[in-house]
Design a protein around this ligand. Structure first.
Ligand code: SF4
Length: 384
């Protein structure tokens, strides 16, 4: 099977730039009249010419969102299990070169933190670790997932890239979704941003969502970290990646996360900061191109921005977020991975959604094998 890494070679930077240079207002309006958009249409919606038609794009995005998702927004929260990391990503506070106290939850501590989250009513949880396999191994993540499975309808992971076999093992232990941030789709920039550590392998990371989908992960999410490369390129490649995944794995729920960096994040000067208007253009263009894809907006964004993006395409938001390891039911001895802006609790988020005419959904999926009821989701117990 062709991988996305090879498919992306059909869309070199020069081809994207030439198409963007030819886009004008008429081309944008013509795209907005098409029932189904092609990748080249999506690219046109990301150009400066489309900014002039942002209202028309917003109308289309709003209609597509209502048609495919109604007025329902899924709530989830992250649980940071470990901030040990062997990588040196230049833009991240967990970078291995940063001398700071590190923390790793054992399985009992992870369960205590998860119980505190479950007590808020949330049913979807996202497990995160740094990239340190010798500490937070796939088997450790599987143990945590199996232990907390009785508490949640859905367990997602946002961790380092794994092999297809490792993803399969996690699925057997109750993990049903994975998110992988490529950070940037520019291979040269990627190499500079990741000078050392296993994450340096661009192609292995790029094809991780495809391996997870092949391993029968129910839901797969992707995203670029906006601000690292020129907006057009990472925005386009992210949408193209989601489009390719939807076509290659039609049974898998594909979603896009849209994190963007603040102009000066930590010690890192963001080279291509994305302003609010460009950010709205991105979300509306994604929704027009991929009507069925979930769009996740994290608490990096302000409450104001998140509330407004829900009408334009966001279908998943986090609530009650902490990016530190521990702190809910166990000690927290470290700083968070990045600054969050929207600090609303689960109850505050429900109230805000309701005030805007939307319903907070805690659970949009049930394990069809009923494994949750027995509390054991490894292969031995569900007969896989
Ligand atoms: S972004 Fe992830 S892999 Fe990179 S240094 Fe931070 S925690 Fe480690």
């Amino acid at each position: 099977m062709r991988t996305f890494e090879t498919f992306l070679r059909d869309w070199p930077r020069e081809r994207r730039e030439a198409l963007a240079a030819s886009a004008d207002g008429d081309a944008v309006l013509s795209v907005l009249h098409r029932r189904t958009l092609r990748p080249e249409d999506f690219l046109i919606l990301l150009t400066p010419a489309a900014l002039e038609h942002l209202e028309a794009m917003a109308r289309r995005a709003h209609e597509e969102t209502l048609r495919c998702f109604g007025r329902a927004v899924n709530l989830f929260t992250p649980l940071y299990l470990s901030d040990h990391c062997t990588n040196q990503c230049r833009y991240c506070g967990f970078n291995a070169r940063n001398r700071q106290p590190r923390r790793h939850l054992d399985v009992d501590e992870a369960e205590a933190e998860a119980r505190a989250i479950a007590a808020t009513g949330l049913e979807h949880i996202l497990l995160l670790t740094g990239d340190a396999r010798h500490i937070a191994s796939p088997e450790y993540i599987a143990s945590v997932a199996a232990r907390i499975k009785p508490l949640f309808a859905s367990i997602g992971i946002e961790v380092y890239s794994m092999t297809e076999e490792e993803y399969r093992m996690l699925v057997r232990h109750g993990v049903d979704s994975m998110t992988m941030f490529q950070e940037t789709y520019n291979p040269e920039l990627y190499a500079w941003l990741h000078p050392a550590g296993p994450k340096r392998d661009y192609a292995f990371r790029l094809d991780a969502p495809g391996r997870a989908a092949a391993a029968e992960m129910r839901s797969v999410g992707i995203g670029a970290l906006l601000g690292l490369d020129v907006f057009l390129h990472d925005a386009f490649c992210t949408g193209l990646h989601a489009w390719w995944l939807q076509r290659t794995f039609p049974g898998v729920d594909i979603s896009v996360s849209v994190p963007r960096m603040c102009p000066h994040e930590g010690q890192f000067d963001v080279p291509h900061a994305v302003d609010d208007r460009l950010f709205v253009q991105y979300v509306t263009a994604l929704r027009c191109f991929l009507p069925r894809a979930g769009i996740t907006v994290s608490s990096r964004e302000s409450a104001f921005m998140r509330d407004h993006l829900i009408a334009l395409g966001a279908t998943r938001v986090s609530a009650g977020v902490s990016t530190a390891v521990g702190g809910r039911a166990t000690d927290a001895r470290n700083a968070g991975q990045f600054e969050i802006t929207d600090r609303r609790s689960v109850d505050e988020m429900i109230a805000a959604l309701s005030a805007n005419g939307y319903q907070a959904v805690f659970k949009d999926w049930e394990d069809p094998l009923g494994a949750r009821a027995c509390g054991e989701t490894c292969g031995e117990h569900v007969g896989l």
